[in-house]
Design a binder for this molecule. Structure first.
Ligand code: ADP
Ligand code: ZN
Length: 620
C-alpha cells in the first residue's frame, strides 16, 4: 500500500513551498484556524534555525511542529520515524494535503527507492520520512550531503533511552546528524519522557543546546476510570454498551490467549472485534490493523504489541482488562484515545490476581537488582493510582512532574468520590491470619479461615484451631478480597514469587501489627444495575451525542468512506470526524464557506469540495 510515488503529478499540482509564513501554511495547507499551545513557539524556533526538544502528550499536535517548518524553510525535511506503518499513513495524509512527501524504508523495492532518492537530490520533496536504520547507512548520509536539507525531525525520540520500553539501538547512532550536519536544525519529539529520559534524549542526540518545549501532559478530554474487577467480561460489555456502542476502541490484555478469548467474546456479542498480538501471522496482524484504521466502529483487542504509532484520531475508548506495568505504560496506552480532542474514556478493571501476577513476573524476571528496584517502584506507582481516593488525574500528572492545582472533575474519583473506612482492625486480623497460617496460603484460603469456613482443606491443615479462625465474619468475601488487594497494592503483603500466590508479610507490616498505625481503606463501589454508571455517560461519546441530524451525519460519512476506499487510505485521511461535524453544523453552500470549516485546506477544498457540497445540498 504505497502511496503513489508519482512525483511528476505532484509537482504539477503545487509549486515550490518556501517563502510562506507559518500562519499561511497552517491556514492554506492544513486548513486550521490557529496554532495549539506551544506549536507556534516551537515552529518559530525551528524556522529560524534553532534546535528543539519537544515534549507533548499524544494528540498534542507534534507533527505540525516539523511539518510547518518543513514547508516554510527551503530544502527537504528529513523525518526519522521508527514505525513503517505510521510513516506510510503520514505520507498518505500529507499527500492528500498536496504536500510533496515520500518515505524511504525497507518495504520498497530498488526502483521505488531510486526514484525517491532522485526526487530528494533534485529538490522535489518537502518531506522525506526515513527509518533510522536506513538513515544511518553511509550511502544514505552521502545522499543527504548531496541534497539541500531544511531540518531533521526525530520522532519518538524516547527510543534512544535504554530505560524506556521502546529502546532502539539505531537511535543511538542518530548523534551523527549533529556532527555531519552542524548547520541543519534538529527537532526531537516525544510523548513519553520523565526528567531522566529527557536528559538522556538531549545527551544522546547531542541536543544539549536545544531549547526545550514542554507542554502540559494533561489530556483533559480523556476520562480516567479504574474499577475493581468482578466479572471482567461482563463489566467490559456493560461499559461498551452503555457508553461506546458503535465506537472504535482498543482493549488491552496481558496474554495472547486472553486477547483471543476476549475478541471472540465481543464478536459473539455482536461487536466487530479483532485480535492483535505477536503470535498471529504477520498477514493477519496487518489485516486487522488495516481494518481498525479504515472501518468504522472496529474494536481491536491486543497485547501491548499494538498501538505504538497508531495515530488514528477517533479512538473513543481504551480499556484495560489487565494492569499495565507502570504509569508510563498506562499513560501511553490510554493516550491512544481521543487524539482529536473529543471526549474519550480510559477504562480499566483490576483485581488482586493482577497485582500478584505482575509482582511475580517482576521478581522472576531476568535483570539485576537495580533494574528490579526501578521496576518495583514503577509498579508501586501504578498500584498507587489504582487505589487512590483523590483525583486520579492529579496523581498521574504529578508523577510526570506536572501539576494540576484542582481536582479535575473528569475522573471516576472526582465524579463519584470513593468512600473510605477505618480498616485498622480488619487489617490486623488479615495480617495476623497470614502469620498464624505460616505465610503459605493464598487469598481464597485466608478468607476461608477468617470467615470460619468448614472447608475440608481448612480442617485438614488444622487451621480451625488457630486464633484467627472465624474472627472475620463481619466482612463478606468480596470485602475481604478488597482488603487483601489493598494490602498487597500498598506493599504490606507480597506474593511469594514461587508460591502460587501465597501471601507473606513484609517489613512494612510491623507498626500495623503492633497497632501503632491506623489504616484508611477504600470502599469498593457496589455495582448497581446500570444506575450507578450515569456519571460516565454524561461525557460519553460527545460527538455522537451532539449530533441531531443523524441522516446527514451518515451521508457525510458515506461520502468520506467512498473517497477513502477509492484512494486506498483510511477515512480520517480524507477528513476527520471533527471536520465532518463542523460541516454539518455550518452547512456551507459555497466553496468559500466550506474553506472556513476547520480541517479543510486548499488541496482538499479543490479535490473534495464539490462532492461534499453536493452531499450537503442533498440533505434536508
Ligand atoms: P501527536 O503526534 O502529538 O500525537 P498529531 O500531530 O497527530 O499529534 O496531532 C493530533 C491531531 O490534532 C491531529 O489530528 C492533527 O491534525 C490535529 N491538530 C494538530 N494541530 C492542530 C491545530 N493547530 N489545529 C487543529 N488541529 C490540529
Ligand atoms: Zn479527577
Amino acid at each position: 500500500m504505497h502511496p503513489d510515488q508519482d512525483f511528476d503529478q505532484l509537482l504539477a499540482e503545487r509549486p515550490t513551498t518556501s517563502g510562506r509564513s507559518p500562519e499561511a501554511v497552517l491556514h492554506e495547507v492544513f486548513g486550521y484556524e490557529s496554532f495549539r499551545p506551544l506549536q507556534g513557539e516551537v515552529i518559530h524556533e525551528v524556522v529560524r534555525g534553532g534546535d528543539a526538544l519537544v515534549l507533548m502528550p499524544t494528540g498534542g499536535g507534534k507533527s505540525l511542529c516539523y511539518q510547518v517548518p518543513a514547508l516554510v524553510r527551503s530544502g527537504t525535511a528529513i523525518v526519522i520515524s521508527p514505525l513503517i506503518a505510521l510513516m506510510q499513513d503520514q505520507v498518505a495524509a500529507l499527500r492528500e494535503l498536496g504536500v510533496r512527501a515520500a518515505f524511504l524504508n525497507s518495504t520498497m523495492d530498488f526502483e521505488q527507492a531510486r526514484a525517491t532518492e532522485y526526487a530528494l537530490s533534485t529538490g522535489e520533496l518537502d518531506l522525506l520520512y526515513c527509518a533510522p536504520e536506513r538513515l544511518i547507512q553511509p550511502r544514505t548520509l552521502e545522499l543527504l550531503h548531496g541534497a539541500s536539507i531544511s531540518l531533521f525531525a526525530i520522532d519518538e525520540a524516547h527510543c534512544v533511552s535504554q530505560w524506556g520500553h521502546d529502546f532502539r539501538s539505531d537511535y543511538l547512532q542518530l548523534a551523527v546528524l549533529a556532527s555531519e550536519f552542524p548547520e541543519v536544525p534538529r527537532i526531537a519529539l516525544t510523548a513519553t519522557a520523565d526528567e531522566r529520559t529527557r536528559k538522556e534524549i538531549a545527551e544522546r542526540l547531542s541536543l544539549t543546546e536545544a531549547r526545550h518545549f514542554i507542554s502540559s501532559f494533561d489530556r483533559p478530554n480523556i476520562q480516567y476510570r479504574i474499577a475493581p474487577k468482578t466479572n471482567a467480561n461482563k463489566q467490559l460489555l456493560d461499559f461498551i454498551k452503555a457508553e461506546h456502542e458503535g465506537d472504535c476502541g482498543i482493549v488491552y490484555c496481558l496474554s495472547r490467549n486472553k486477547v483471543d478469548a476476549t475478541a471472540k467474546m465481543l464478536m459473539q456479542n455482536g461487536y466487530t472485534a479483532l485480535p492483535y498480538h505477536a503470535g498471529l501471522p504477520a498477514a493477519d496482524r496487518a489485516n486487522h490493523q488495516e481494518r481498525f484504521l479504515r472501518e468504522d466502529g472496529v474494536i481491536i483487542v491486543a497485547t501491548i504489541a499494538f498501538g505504538m504509532g497508531i495515530d488514528k484520531p477517533d479512538v473513543r475508548f481504551v480499556a484495560h482488562l489487565d494492569l499495565p506495568k507502570s504509569l508510563e505504560a498506562y499513560y501511553q496506552e490510554t493516550g491512544r484515545a481521543g487524539r482529536d480532542g473529543k471526549p474519550s474514556t480510559a477504562w480499566m478493571v483490576y483485581g488482586l490476581q493482577d497485582v500478584i501476577k505482575l509482582r511475580q513476573m517482576l521478581e522472576a524476571s531476568q535483570g539485576n537488582d537495580h533494574f528490579k528496584r526501578i521496576e518495583r517502584q514503577k509498579l508501586d506507582a501504578m498500584l498507587g493510582l489504582c487505589e487512590v481516593t483523590r483525583c486520579r488525574r492529579q496523581v498521574l500528572l504529578n508523577y510526570f512532574g506536572d501539576k494540576l492545582d484542582n481536582p479535575c472533575g473528569n475522573c471516576d474519583t472526582c465524579l463519584v468520590p470513593p468512600e473510605t473506612w477505618d480498616g485498622t482492625v480488619a487489617v490486623q486480623k488479615a495480617l495476623s491470619c497470614v502469620f498464624r497460617t505460616g505465610q503459605r496460603f493464598g487469598v481464597t484460603y485466608l478468607i476461608d479461615v477468617l470467615r470460619g469456613s468448614e472447608n475440608e482443606r481448612v480442617l485438614q491443615f488444622g487451621h480451625h484451631q488457630v486464633s484467627t479462625y472465624g474472627i472475620g465474619t463481619e466482612l463478606s468475601v468480596n470485602e475481604w478480597k478488597s482488603v487483601f488487594r489493598q494490602l498487597v497494592a500498598n506493599g504490606y503483603l507480597r506474593a511469594d514469587p514461587e508460591g502460587y500466590g501465597a501471601l507473606q508479610l513484609t517489613e512494612q507490616c510491623r507498626p500495623l501489627l503492633k497497632g501503632q498505625q491506623t489504616v484508611k481503606l477504600r470502599k469498593d463501589p457496589v455495582v448497581k444495575k446500570s444506575a450507578g454508571r450515569s456519571s460516565g455517560r454524561r461525557t460519553g461519546s460527545a460527538i455522537k451525542d451532539q449530533i441531531t441530524d443523524h441522516a446527514g451525519w451518515e451521508a457525510l460519512r458515506a461520502c468520506r468512506k467512498e473517497l477513502a476506499d477509492q484512494q486506498g487510505v483510511p477515512p480520517y485521511v480524507i477528513f476527520h470526524d471533527t471536520t465532518l461535524f463542523d460541516m454539518l453544523e455550518r452547512k456551507p453552500k459555497t466553496l468559500d464557506e466550506l474553506a472556513g470549516v476547520s480541517g479543510v485546506g486548499a488541496a482538499k477544498l479543490e479535490k473534495y469540495g464539490e462532492i461534499f457540497l453536493a452531499t450537503l445540498a442533498g440533505l434536508d
